[in-house]
Design a binder for this molecule. Structure first.
Ligand code: PLP
Length: 426
């Protein structure tokens, strides 16, 4: 069992319950595996743009099976730069046309071609990105930062990912890109989505923030889309402190992301386009590089914990969990359950409170869903209902998972949930 910590629960401003089982504790390589690298970085005085970045990027490209893995300061910045790069590269992607005619950007049109329209006294983006609402808010944020409009579509209740059908139905002449996510680490169907994207000559952007540790058909997820963008923040399986990775087979996109993370400046102080400081520091690259060595172990432990949760919760009325699609192996970045109060007799928030009273921290990903958030609701057509998204938002609860969660904790969590359900049925 975990020792008591002085941290407090995140159930709300009035709640001051001590956290005994944190929701997440990052899995890090042993200090002995990092100490020499950290020392070399300090001694070299190369805190950024040094040899660890190069080594980390090469190791990542190899691991993910892509031509380019470009490390950036976060997944959010990676997504922002990805839309920018796709806009610039679309239709001008000659470097790829020669050796790999399959690059979707050869035929695609620039994302920004529709620009902004005046509506109700203000400017609104016209170019649309078809994407889920049941996802993390960074995904639509990156779209809106690029003057594009998120068009939210519903997800599959089992996988919690967008389906090829829901995406295809939402494509209009204004669509400029398709975006999907490996929600909770559960791989979405990249091949089917890529086929739809290719049919419409659209780029496919996968938010793979939860993707390290996930596999599809035996291979790590990362290839097959125009870009897949990973996160290396502390809640993920591969941790760099903060950081992101843009994985792509397109030479043009990779070059533009590298330029974009350097303010758009190739060294001549004449910015080619408006970029950002999106660099990854050397200590983060060194941490991620050492983390790659333990990734399989970290993922295997998560799969074990998920199996224990499934066994412990099996048969409880109204309790479900995210299902892996055929061929997909989740990273279990999260183990997310659903609590249907009409069957179980208990609400998601009631279960959450019962766990919090025992010092067990949980998260309510993703509530509210993106289409109901202040920043994004203006883009959502209210006539378009997202019933699965709304239901998942109201009923989903992510349980603690990671190396700090042992069998005794899983048993305790399942016992508390079962107790709630059983007491409700009497
Ligand atoms: C699905 C998803 N996308 C994007 C992000 C943003 O990642 P980062 O914090 O590295 O910017 C997160 C963060 O957890 C996420 O969960």
């Amino acid at each position: 069992m975990m020792p008591k910590s002085s941290a407090t629960s995140s159930l709300g401003p009035s709640s001051r319950l001590a956290v005994r089982v944190p929701f997440v504790r990052p899995s890090l390589p042993p200090l002995s595996a990092l100490a020499d690298s950290y020392a070399a970085i300090i001694q070299s005085r190369m805190l950024t743009k040094g040899p660890f970045l190069d080594r980390f990027e090469r190791a990542l490209a190899d691991h993910l099976g892509v031509r380019h893995a470009v490390a950036v300061s976060s997944c959010t910045v990676g997504l922002m730069l990805a839309y920018k790069a796709l806009d610039i590269a679309a239709g001008r992607c000659e470097a790829c046309a020669g050796d790999r005619p399959a690059c979707p950007l050869v035929l695609a049109e620039p994302l920004g071609r529709f620009g902004m329209a005046r509506a109700g006294g203000r400017s609104e983006p016209v170019g649309e990105v078809v994407m889920p609402s049941f996802t993390f808010l960074a995904a639509p944020a990156a779209v809106v930062w690029n003057n594009l409009r998120p068009v939210f579509v519903d997800v599959d209740p089992d996988s919690t990912n967008v389906t090829p059908q829901s995406v295809a139905a939402a494509i209009t002449p204004r669509t400029v890109a398709i975006a999907a996510c490996h929600n909770f680490g559960n791989p979405c169907d990249v091949s089917a989505l890529a086929a739809i994207a290719a049919e419409h000559a659209l780029p496919l952007v996968i938010d793979a923030a939860h993707g390290f540790g996930a596999r599809f058909e035996g291979r790590p997820v990362g290839a097959g889309a125009t870009v897949q963008v990973f996160s290396l923040s502390p809640t993920k399986l591969l941790v760099a402190g903060e950081g992101g990775v843009v994985a792509t087979d397109c030479d043009c996109v990779a070059r533009l992301i590298r330029l974009g993370r350097e303010y758009g400046n190739d060294g001549g102080y004449n910015a080619a386009f408006a970029g950002v400081n999106g660099r990854m520091p050397e200590v983060c690259a060194a941490t991620g590089l050492a983390g790659l060595e333990i990734l399989e172990e970290v993922a295997a432990r998560r799969r074990q914990i998920a199996a224990l949760y499934r066994a412990g919760l099996a048969g409880l009325p109204g309790i479900g969990w995210v299902k892996e699609a055929l061929g997909g192996e989740s990273s279990f970045k999260d183990f997310s359950i659903t609590i249907d109060s009409t069957i179980s007799g208990v609400s998601r928030d009631g279960v959450r409170r019962a766990l919090a009273e025992q010092g067990i921290e949980t998260r309510t990903y993703y509530d509210p869903p993106c289409h109901r958030q202040t920043a994004f609701e203006q883009f959502h057509d209210r006539r378009q209902t997202l019933p699965v998204t709304d239901a998942l938002s109201a009923t989903s609860l992510s349980l603690p998972i990671g190396a700090h969660v042992d069998e005794a904790i899983v048993t305790e969590v399942c016992r508390i949930i079962a107790g709630q359900v059983r007491s409700a049925s009497f």
